[in-house]
Ligand binder design. Structure first.
Ligand code: URA
Length: 475
């Protein structure tokens, strides 16, 4: 885009082609600096938006002298400026030029967070970034049929001039569909190969609802988790003004009202209403289904669920508490430090790990972020009870003869009550499905000990595993 420059009353007036014409600003600014024209002598505007006499006559920006030094600015400035240029603040181009002018003498100015102009630049850029994000998150398409077939149409009213800057995102995201995004300033139309721009439009120009709406409502209602409801944070992320563009928001009021009751129900019935008819019929299906399980807050934390592994007809099932940091990264149970302790003891006891089904009472990793680290947090009894659905599914499919539960959480996953490991370890429990349960300590307990205490607990753990071997030998 190119800028029109007009010299009048000793001031140079620059009329940029469009409100988001950062390239035009850059081009004009470079020439103005090279011509030595100070910010006080420049007036910035946008063609068609400012007073008509802005365009009366075109004197052009004085050409840069041959010897004018090339202006170099940091990438950090260009990035911030590129965003701030999209802000609706009419003074944005002037601000950018004033900063550019000063950058000649102070190349590191942009790092000075106490400078009022730099702070303003950062603020504008941040507000634009947020608006870009909002558009990506809150645009909702509705299907219509036009001459070319199905087209998805959305209406959105951004706060800043971000629509063109966001076009690439929607093209990449919905490359194979035909869609239009209508906004007050301009509209974008994608036909699967070419992106066209059209004039602005009003909300009434977009279709009101379609068959997808009901599906959206069902989906949103199913992922809504009352235990995680934070109304303040929700309103901050999704301000009310966006609500009318989003079908699911029609449900919000009712869901907030019912949230407390649902939360109470969730806690008292173990959280999850699993539908018996949907019980996975294979271990692979469980492995797939747990990835999408959001029945408890741990499942909602965005980490990868870790499935059990081993032979489908394993005679022994080893149950841990939950995947840890390494397990979540690798997607396999007991591959971190506790797993190494376990492997060593299993090998010494003569139990082949590869012959056992190794799994956990809870399938997602519960942690507390601490800087770059993720610190293990124990699951609550309620969370273990919710996840028991999956463990029960594994038990029903593998049908092990012996289950070794490592620690109290694993014990709860199998028994439905929290055992006292100190008292009950080493003893066996006959389970209703015919299997035998052996309770013992968790290997990470051993890892927390040292010296004599460690040696003593290692011996106890080894002794418990000898009980397991004995049970297997007896058949
Ligand atoms: N601790 C567990 O209980 N399970 C694992 O998979 C890893 C560590």
């Amino acid at each position: 885009m190119s800028a029109v420059a007009v010299r009048r009353d000793a001031a140079v007036r620059i009329a940029l082609a469009t409100a988001d014409d950062f390239d035009g600003w850059r081009d004009a600014a470079r020439r103005l600096v090279a011509a030595g024209i100070a910010p006080d002598d420049v007036r910035w505007g946008v063609e068609g938006e400012d007073d008509a006499d802005l365009f009366a006559g075109d004197a052009g920006v004085p050409a840069a002298g041959d010897g004018a030094p090339a202006l170099r600015v940091s990438r950090a400035f260009l990035e911030l400026a590129g965003k701030a240029a999209l802000h609706r603040d009419p003074a944005r181009f002037d601000l950018l030029y004033r900063l550019l002018w000063r950058l000649r003498q102070a190349p590191r100015l942009i790092e000075d967070g106490t400078d009022p102009a730099v702070r303003r630049l950062r603020l504008l850029a941040a507000q634009v970034r947020r608006d870009i994000h909002k558009m990506r998150a809150f645009v909702r398409f509705r299907g219509v049929v036009d001459d070319g077939g199905e087209r998805f149409v959305a209406w959105f009213a951004p706060e800043h001039h971000i629509v063109r800057a966001n076009a690439r995102f929607f093209v990449d995201r919905f490359a194979s569909q035909r869609w239009s995004i209508l906004t007050p300033a301009l509209s974008l139309h994608w036909d699967g190969g070419v992106l066209r721009e059209g004039p602005g439009a009003g909300a009434a120009d977009a279709p009101g609802s379609d068959a997808m709406e009901a599906a959206w409502h069902r989906y949103y209602a199913s992922i809504f988790n009352p235990a995680r409801l934070k109304i303040g944070a929700m309103l901050k992320e999704m301000p009310r003004k966006y609500w009318r563009m989003m079908p699911e928001t029609r449900l919000i009021r009712g869901m907030i009202a019912g949230a407390r009751a649902r939360e109470v129900a969730m806690v008292s019935d173990g959280g999850a209403r699993f539908d018996e008819a949907e019980r996975p019929e294979s271990l692979d299906a469980i492995g797939q289904a747990i990835l999408g399980c959001r029945k408890c807050p741990i499942g909602c934390n965005g980490t990868r669920a870790v499935a059990g592994e081993g032979p489908r007809d394993a005679v022994v099932m080893i149950v841990g508490e939950q995947p840890g940091d390494s397990e979540e990264r690798e997607g396999r149970p007991f591959v971190g430090p506790a797993g190494r302790v376990l492997d060593q003891h299993l090998a010494e006891a003569g139990i082949a790990r590869e012959g056992a089904w190794v799994t956990n009472a809870v399938k997602h990793f519960k942690f507390e972020p601490r800087g770059k680290r993720r610190l293990h947090q124990s699951p609550t009894a309620g969370e273990i009870d919710v996840c028991r659905w999956w463990l029960d599914g594994e038990r029903a499919l593998v049908r092990p003869r012996l289950i070794v539960a490592l620690g109290a959480s694993a014990g709860r996953g199998v028994l439905g009550r929290t055992p006292a490991i100190g008292r009950e370890r080493g003893a066996t429990v006959a389970l209703a499905d015919g299997a035998t349960l052996l309770l013992t300590a968790h290997p990470s307990y051993l890892l927390r000990l040292d010296g004599e205490a460690r040696a003593r607990e290692e011996d106890r753990f080894a002794a418990d595993l000898r009980v397991a071997v004995e049970i297997l030998r007896r058949g």
